[in-house]
Design a binder for this molecule. Sequence first.
Ligand SMILES: Cc1cc2nc3c(=O)[nH]c(=O)nc-3n(C[C@H](O)[C@H](O)[C@H](O)COP(=O)(O)O)c2cc1C
Length: 218
Amino acid sequence: MKDAIIQDLQQRYTAKKYDPSKRVSQQDLAILIEALRLSASSINSQPWKFIVIESEQAKQRMHDSFANMYQFNQHHIKACSHVILFAHKMEYTRADYEGVINKGIQDKRLTEAQKEAAFAVYAFAEANKDANGQHSAWTKSQTYLALGNALHTLARLHIDSTPMEGVDTQLLNEIFADELAGYECHVALAIGYHHESEDYNAALPKSRKALEEVVTVL
Ligand SMILES: Cc1cc2nc3c(=O)[nH]c(=O)nc-3n(C[C@H](O)[C@H](O)[C@H](O)COP(=O)(O)O)c2cc1C
């Protein structure tokens, strides 16, 4: 297909080795960060935090988080340009949703008079509360929307990336305790530019299930 969107999505792939001499420009980084912020989420809950790891010091902390597991992802941290932690709030309270409503009033999407009625959709969060009073399965799934949005944005910017579910959530909780502040990270994204000769994935053809297998048009 010749479409520019499809071509960009065909070309994007998961980088397996980064060129440590190349860095994402601050201009492109700002576009990515704004795309993250604009991501859609159920009831506009936005139950996330995106932690952008840029400095050498922060990269060292991220590198250290692979001490116990998922070492196959560790080498990306210092070679890539930036790493983004996608973190979600474990419990999504009515007060959290009030923050969203108040911002909606500030942004002139709704009026003060509509505030109480706007709480009706908080039922979605209630419906997704587990036996421990946590909403983490629901809030975590929202971060994957932001991840997908990031992958598409990066494809269009021709920036390489590596989504990583291979992260040690427990150790990240300790090492980035101040920044996560009670949120949890189960997926991270390395971004940068692939190594010309050492990224085995760069030359492999894209492989996906056949259209008929995954799509039903009625
Ligand atoms: C949520 C998610 C988690 C992933 N975790 C890892 C990971 O920890 N390490 C890794 O090398 N690749 C990881 N991948 C990359 C996938 O294996 C890859 O996206 C998939 O094989 C499709 O290939 P492509 O991205 O090159 O098109 C992950 C991808 C996604 C979407």
